[in-house]
Design a protein around this ligand. Structure first.
Ligand SMILES: [Zn+2]
Length: 386
């Protein structure tokens, strides 16, 4: 079912729940008022004209309770009707936008599948130059910052639509790569990589109506299909290319920035240029820039993974710490970092995807995103319609 419809259905349900709750509150309020009037009446004096005056007040009390309870019910009905009508209208706009995007996307994907190779070849030459440690890294960061600002500003209209409840499907391209150790043995299994990405595909689609797609040619997609199924052919396994500790055990703390400035940053940049060649031109311009997901041996100091806003890749540790928890959130959490999201304290946000330290969640599908996180993520340069 298209994301627009699922969301519209949810909100229509919320409207009717709200109506039912409101209706119940009005009735309760009426009953309370009614019994108050009755108890007043019970304590009435029995001598005239006191009894007459007292009865008059009882009558007035009962009448006003009835009238105001009807006003209450009418207000609840009207507002729930407006709520439902709004949900229907925004869902219709959302679906129409999905239709338009599907058509334009078919054209864009076709053109990109033919010409994207040439554009990416040009981008690759620039990327190699930018792989020079320190100076190249500084220029990479400036380009990354500039494109992030430009594309976030460009998506303001979309963010406003999102605030109003119109959130058509957007795309997030990924390029997953399993690195190999010093003796050319892959450091992780394809199954683990697929599991991680499938969890990300589920969560991003359900929470933010974002479709995870491999950064590859001929990826025709539409908002009218369900959650994408991640398959083994999404994943590149480097089994003939020995790695070294710079990329196999990268740091994720204050040292991460130092590492990106230095040789490790150059190496990751070259890995992306070679193994995520197809999305190269997008990486340079920032529009719909693919996120490269590197499955590495470990992330120092004993982390599950790492994602930094300023770079186009994330790392996921091959050997997650032994625990009874569902650890499939790592890739999605790190992708969240590249998509404008930061950590939230774990105490009050126990089921949030960005909560840290990682909460005790036994099923990855229980992770949620707040509304404001969804809007920030959808505004990211990595998330686009085309
Ligand atoms: Zn994190």
């Amino acid at each position: 079912m298209p994301g627009c419809l699922v969301w519209g259905e949810q909100r229509t349900k919320e409207c009717s729940n709200w109506r039912d709750d409101g209706h119940e509150e009005c009735t309760e309020w009426r009953d309370d008022g009614h019994s108050e009037c009755q108890s007043w009446d019970k304590n009435c004096c029995d001598w005239w004209p006191c009894s007459w005056g007292c009865k008059l007040i009882t009558w007035f009390c009962t009448a006003s309770v009835w009238i105001s309870s009807w006003v209450c019910i009418a207000a609840v009905w009207v507002s729930s009707w407006v709520c439902t009508a709004w949900a229907v209208v925004t869902t219709a706009i959302c679906l129409m936008w999905d239709v338009v995007v599907t058509i334009i996307n078919a054209v864009v994907v076709t053109i990109e599948s033919i010409l994207g190779w040439v554009w990416s070849a040009i981008a690759a030459i620039i990327a190699v130059i930018l792989s020079i440690p320190i100076l190249g890294a500084f220029i990479r960061w400036i380009i990354s910052l500039a494109t992030a600002i430009v594309w976030t500003i460009a998506s303001i209209a979309d963010t406003i639509a999102g605030l109003l409840g119109i959130r058509p499907e957007k795309l997030l391209r990924v390029c997953p790569v399993i690195l190999a150790d010093e003796r050319s043995r892959p450091v992780d299994t394809i199954d683990h990589a697929v599991d991680q990405l499938q969890a990300a595909a589920h969560l991003l689609k359900r929470e933010a109506n974002i479709r995870l797609v491999p950064s590859a040619p001929l990826q025709y997609v539409t908002g009218f299909s369900g959650t994408p199924i991640v398959t083994k052919d999404w994943i590149t396994v480097l089994d003939r290319e020995p790695g070294d500790s710079d990329t196999l055990d990268p740091p994720c703390d204050a040292n991460a920035f130092g590492a990106d400035l230095g040789v490790a940053g150059s190496k990751f940049n070259l890995l992306m240029t070679v193994h995520c060649f197809y999305g190269g031109w997008r990486r340079l311009l920032g529009y719909g820039a693919p996120v490269s997901v590197f499955f590495v041996r470990s992330v120092k100091p004993s982390k599950d993974g790492c994602g930094t806003w300023i770079v186009d890749f994330v790392t996921v540790a091959a050997q997650p710490m032994p625990t009874s928890q569902d650890l499939r959130r790592v890739a999605c959490h790190e992708i969240g970092h590249t998509g404008n999201l930061w950590h939230l304290g774990a105490t009050d946000n126990a089921d949030n995807l960005m909560a840290t330290p990682r909460p005790m969640v036994t099923d990855v599908m229980n992770y949620r995103l707040y509304d404001w996180q969804v809007l920030l993520l959808r505004a990211s340069k990595h998330v686009s319609y085309f």
